[in-house]
Design a protein around this ligand. Structure first.
Ligand code: ATP
Ligand code: MG
Length: 678
């Protein structure tokens, strides 16, 4: 109805309205934090549907994380009067998988992180020339190689390509290591093929390949998605750009982002895609938003002073707020990381209790505006995931309700890994590593010979592991110790029985069945966290009627931050995870050299500019109160180190801040000495 449309635009400023009503084929909004970019995007989608009668099914909103996709979906639902919008809000990865399944008989297993890492390890080990040095510990080497392979794939580069031309390899490999890296990459690709698996980044390359090779598929995709939206465009990488360009030809495309919030350089994202966009979509409409509706002017001034010191020579998008505030930024020093967590906990309790913490140390000040906050209004942000442990510990003791966006991969947990491997075997959608994991779980080591036979059978005949297991059951395979063979046959039979049962039931029941009958119950039940993940898997199971759909969903959701909205809890998360979100009160903890900016070896920061932008993202999440904390001493890898305040803080004018130093405490010894004197 007309009324509703008017409402839709009424909540927007003229620039935002212009973006919503623009009929340009390509629109790009480049604007600072909190200026309503995401709000404009959702409003435009709502407007297209209700005012322009655009079929919701022809709208596609692409995001970079599952969390962002969910949030976008929720924000759109808020706008719509109807129950739920069928607009597709998906991550690039899940959209690619959807296309591959729709148009191609896509049957590869998508490997999850642990399996991918073990393939990388296998690839490294298969090349004997690779020497793994002490400082380059095996795990470090595997992770580094894995990251680099992903980066190559994000740039659509194979092992044969001129890698050095396209990616800043010096960040990852030393001179002379490049050739061996190429060999490892090659070996990894061969292994993936042998195991019939694809990794995440392959999804993008495979989709682009499909669209390039099959004209009718491309035409059909273009016809289906005539309105394409991308939020957080500054996070785009090369593969994604190629993909977006391909599908958006002759369609409407709307991209929004903030170059100063680009924080995924290590994944190949680059600001240059804003410029490229203007070249590739000539005549695109550019819209700038300058009013910030999130933060107080003090918070904006401080953030702007900090980001303006970046060396990128780019014009910064200055934003303004109507909200004047007397509240200064709080910069708080504490003695240790525990003291930091305790202090933050205290400030939260005080604010929830209605006492402003501005007055805690120095009596009533002009900053004292008391306002009622609830626990959900607070976020504690930090640079490394490890930092959250101390907060969990302290908040639990203090009874402060919290939720931690725990990005630990859910499939990489004892009990869950085995369950997922079993599911893959049950769905005949497995790779050899699954068989190893499951045999290990049942206490049988396959041995070298056993592995060889599996590998050979698997490569020779395109058989599934289940076929091969059947062979083990039925035929007499020589060369394996009798006892081992007996065990293998026993497990093969067990798996076969389980599979027959599972074929009869839905996914959720199937999962419960494995839980009960495959010796998983004791492992999963012994740990709260594992139990929670199992519950989560069950809920994914309910949504997917077949096991394969379930496994795909798990692979795509494996690194999802487990944050709930609308809960009465303090949110704990990394600076990266905070992107796009806002909270009335934000603490950025650990504002110390080596953490903010982060330095891998404690000394050298890989990319100072990116670290600066990351801190900027953190600061600009705050609506009313921003508090930056740092500890004078912190335990780093087991040793207590003296810390220095982040030099990013020095970029903020003193008049915007209120600095609270840690009280100088006498050591226990000194205190004891003093007492002796009396
Ligand atoms: P970020 O760069 O952090 O992603 P953003 O530009 O996407 O920020 P939004 O999250 O869309 O900004 O908006 C920030 C806040 O401002 C939200 O609470 C939003 O509801 C509010 N807001 C945006 N536009 C307006 C407006 N015209 N009037 C009132 N509030 C607004
Ligand atoms: Mg946003």
């Amino acid at each position: 109805p007309a009324n509703h449309n008017r409402d839709l635009l009424a909540g927007l400023n003229p620039e935002q309205q212009k973006a919503v009503e623009s009929s340009a084929r390509a629109v790009v909004i480049q604007a600072g934090p909190g200026t309503g970019k995401t709000r404009t995007l959702t409003a435009k989608i709502a407007w297209l549907i209700s005012k322009k009668n655009i079929d919701p099914l022809s709208i596609l909103a692409l995001t970079f994380t599952n969390k962002a996709a969910t949030q976008l979906g929720q924000r759109m639902d808020n706008y719509m009067t109807k129950a739920k919008t069928p607009v597709l809000a998906a991550t690039f990865h899940s959209f690619c998988l959807k296309l591959l399944k729709e148009y191609k008989a896509f049957d590869a297993v998508i490997v999850d992180d642990p399996i991918r890492l073990s393939l990388v390890k296998e690839a490294i080990e298969s090349l004997e020339s690779i020497e793994i040095t002490k400082e380059n510990s095996k795990k470090g080497q595997v992770n580094k190689t894995d990251q680099l392979i992903s980066l190559c794939k994000q740039n659509l580069l194979g092992p044969e390509d001129d890698l050095e031309k396209f990616i800043p390899l010096e960040k990852f490999v030393h001179q002379g290591e490049l050739e061996s890296f190429k060999k490892i990459y090659q070996a990894y690709q061969v292994l993936c093929k042998e195991h019939n698996v694809a990794d995440f980044e392959d999804l993008m390359a495979m989709t682009i390949n499909m669209l390039n090779c099959e004209e009718n598929v491309l035409a059909s995709v273009r016809k289906q998605y005539q309105y394409i939206f991308i939020d957080e465009y500054q996070d785009l990488n090369f593969g994604q750009y190629v993909f977006v360009k391909l599908i958006s030809q002759d369609n409407h495309i709307f991209v929004i982002g903030d170059p100063d919030q680009s924080i995924y350089g290590f994944r190949g994202s680059d600001n240059k895609y804003f410029k490229l966009f203007e070249d590739d979509f000539p005549g695109c409409e550019k819209i700038l938003l300058t009013q910030n509706y999130r933060s107080t002017q003090t918070i904006l001034d401080a953030s702007f002073q900090m980001i303006s010191n970046s060396l990128d020579n780019e014009e910064k998008f200055k934003v303004f707020s109507d909200v004047e505030s007397q509240k200064k930024l709080i910069i708080k020093e504490t003695a240790t990381e525990r003291a930091e967590a305790v202090a933050i906990g205290k400030m939260i309790e005080n604010l929830v209790g209605g006492t402003s913490f501005f007055s805690m140390d120095a009596g009533k000040t002009d900053q004292d505006e008391t306002k009622d906050y609830c626990f959900a209004d607070f976020a504690v942000l930090y640079r490394t995931r490890k930092q959250c442990e101390i907060f969990i510990d302290v908040f639990e003791k203090e009874g402060i309700p919290f939720q931690a966006a725990d990005k630990k991969n859910m499939v990489d947990i004892e009990g869950i890994r085995q369950l997922i491997s079993l599911c893959r075997i049950m769905s005949q959608n497995e790779c050899f590593i699954d068989v190893e994991i499951v045999f290990d779980h049942f206490g049988v080591r396959l041995g070298k010979k056993g592995k060889e036979i599996f590998h050979k059978a698997y490569n020779d005949a395109c058989k599934t592991n289940q076929d091969i297991l059947d062979e083990f059951v039925q035929t007499d395979i020589s060369g394996i110790k009798a006892a081992t063979r007996q065990n293998i046959v026993m497990i093969a039979q067990k798996l076969k029985c389980l599979q027959e049962e599972i074929m009869q039931c839905d996914t959720e029941t199937g999962l419960r069945l494995l839980f009960e009958k495959a010796d998983l119950k004791p492992i999963i039940e012994s740990n709260d966290k594992t139990n929670q993940i199992f519950e989560k898997l069950l809920s994914i199971g309910i949504l997917n009627d077949d096991l394969r759909g379930f496994l795909d969903a798990v692979a795509l959701n494996q690194d999802e931050d487990t944050l709930e909205f609308n809960t009465q809890k303090v949110s704990l998360m990394t600076l990266h995870a905070a992107k796009g979100l806002e909270f009335p009160v934000v603490f950025v903890a650990g504002c110390e050299q080596g953490l903010v900016p982060f330095a891998r070896d404690g000394k050298n920061t890989d990319d100072l500019e990116e670290e600066r932008r990351l801190f900027y993202v953190g600061m600009t999440r705050a609506m009313d109160i921003l508090c930056l904390t740092y500890a004078k001493k912190r335990r780093i890898f087991g040793t207590i180190k003296k810390r220095q305040r982040s030099f990013f803080i020095e970029d903020i004018e003193a008049k915007l801040t209120q600095v609270e130093k840690a009280p100088v405490k006498l050591s226990v010894k000194k205190k004891a000495k003093q007492l002796e004197l009396f």
